[in-house]
Design a protein around this ligand. Structure first.
Ligand SMILES: *Cc1c(COP(=O)(O)O)cnc(C)c1O
Length: 488
């Protein structure tokens, strides 16, 4: 479709003058204009996809001129010409950090599958309303089918329900609200939650938004410096119960953002069960490793959670804007989010098997997110995702071994999943110097964090585009920078 049709484009655009491609005069343009529009956008998209593996992570410097131009830009009164308009988009995309490039090894890498984006395009243009199943049952069924596949992958019972939300932060928030409704009722002021010192900031933020304020978010220590210590949680809960507070949830991490570490999920599940509180697992980064044999073994215990946060826009390589929450008991969602409205009376939902997403989430009108998951899963097959995630585990293990053997580096334990943490010899300033040096190369990008009061460097493998060559480049740059420090 793209590239080959360039000649046709020229013919279509000839009607608008020799230098014009297309100016859209109607919101729903006539057929040949729609084709030209899709072809030109298709060219841009195809170029993004075909160059992604080779692009540097570090784009052109954030041009002050471009920023100023865009800030001062106001929409035109009449239609702009298409090619020139898209050229502006290309200019924007040439700058800044390209976190969809293969060399992105910082934070939690994203990638952005074309097939998911195409699903989005179709869903957005069709614009079916999927907040209530009665409107377009088959579209909801398509989404519910994917969600069932997810709840089954985590061995959750029949009564469980999955949700597609905008990201992990909203998934954590949705879970904490459900837990609060269940265990604190209208006494949010008494509610307490228990998180590890390496819990993602979104968990604390979610608790705060849910009305669990101040020190009622109990940050519990980790016995090994990495993983939440169940004993610390037990002690804290006992004390809070004695003080008349209402513990609502223990929140474990299945892959911390700092180090990819997995909290002791079986022990946390035991504890939550004994003490009658909600067990939420934040698996936004690590959850989809469940699709692999090694990941499934390491995530044992996650199947006992009351809710699980997943981020398809991380470990399922989808474009940003896709989080997921799996909840063991669907009634807990209905209790937390069901409302009625006078103007929502004239639809029938005779299909009990399908969920009304508006009644079990904070949203009313929502994107039809199902298609963005369904289409890639259909077109690539589950094995492709499993293999890519297995590959990420292999590459992280390889990186860990290579770094571990380097006398200039100190590696902080074998990775639970696909994040390797390490330090070069020297203090925090040395870590920052190495990070700057590696990232200045532009081909790969690492990030840093603070653990145990010290700056630690991180190499996170997650993008489906990251290959052995990418990791080799990163390792060579790291080792060279560490050597350089030693000498200098
Ligand atoms: C990324 C992340 C989140 C937040 O998810 P968003 O999709 O960025 O909102 C929560 N928890 C963990 C462990 C994460 O890695």
């Amino acid at each position: 479709m793209v590239g080959a049709d360039r000649e046709d484009d020229a013919e279509v655009s000839a009607t608008d003058g020799p230098t014009d491609s297309v100016r859209l005069r109607a919101f729903d343009p006539p057929g040949e204009q729609t084709d030209a529009l899709l072809d030109e956008v298709g060219d841009l998209v195809a170029q993004l996809v075909t160059t992604a593996a080779d692009r540097d992570v570090l784009g052109l410097p954030r041009g002050q001129e471009l920023t100023t131009h865009l800030l001062d830009q106001r929409p035109p009164e009449g239609p702009e010409e298409l090619t020139a308009t898209l050229e502006q988009v290309r200019e924007v995309l040439a700058t800044g950090i390209d976190n969809a490039a293969a060399g992105e090894l910082a934070y939690i890498p994203g990638s952005g599958l074309l097939t998911a984006a195409l699903g989005d395009l179709v869903a957005a243009v069709a614009n079916r309303y999927t907040g209530m199943s009665g409107f377009t049952p088959a579209a909801v069924a398509l989404e519910q089918g994917v969600l069932r596949w997810l709840t089954e992958a985590f061995e959750l019972p029949e009564r469980s329900q999955g949700l597609l939300l905008s990201g992990g932060s909203n998934a954590n928030l949705t879970a904490i609200v459900a837990a609060r409704e269940k265990h604190a009722g209208d006494r949010a002021d008494l509610a307490t939650v228990y998180v590890g010192e390496h819990a993602h900031a979104s968990v604390r933020k979610a608790a705060r938004i849910a009305g669990v304020t101040g020190d009622h978010v109990r940050v519990c220590s980790s016995a090994d410096g990495l993983r939440l210590d169940p004993e610390a949680v037990r002690v804290a809960i006992k004390q809070d119960v004695a003080d008349g507070l209402r513990p609502i949830a223990i929140i474990g991490a299945a892959g911390t953002t700092n180090a990819g570490a997995i909290d002791p999920l079986p022990q946390l599940a035991d504890l939550a069960q004994q003490l009658g509180v909600w067990f939420h697992v934040d698996a936004a980064y690590g959850g989809f490793f469940q699709l692999t044999e090694r990941g499934r073994a390491r995530l044992t215990g996650i199947e006992r959670a009351d809710s699980i946060t997943l981020d398809p826009h991380k470990s399922l390589f989808l474009p940003f804007g896709t989080g997921a929450l799996l909840v063991r008991e669907r009634d807990d969602l209905a209790h937390a989010f069901a409302e009625t409205a006078d103007y929502l009376r004239d639809h029938s939902d005779d299909l009990d098997v399908l969920p009304d997403f508006s009644a079990i989430t904070p949203e009313l009108t929502r994107e039809w997110r199902g298609l963005r998951l369904w289409l890639p899963l259909q077109l690539h097959g589950v094995a492709a995702f499993r293999d890519a995630l297995d590959g990420a585990l292999d590459l992280a293990e390889h990186a860990w071994r290579v770094l571990d053997e380097d006398p200039n580096l100190e590696v902080l334990g074998a990775p639970d999943l696909s994040i390797v943490t390490f330090r070069v010899r020297g203090g925090d300033a040395a870590q920052d110097a190495v990070l700057r040096r590696v990232n200045a190369d532009g081909r790969v990008r690492l990030s840093s964090t603070v653990m145990g009061g010290r700056v630690v460097l991180r190499l996170a493998v997650l993008s489906h585009r990251t290959t052995a060559e990418t990791v080799t480049v990163a390792l060579e740059l790291i080792r060279a920078a560490a050597r350089h420090l030693d000498v200098g």
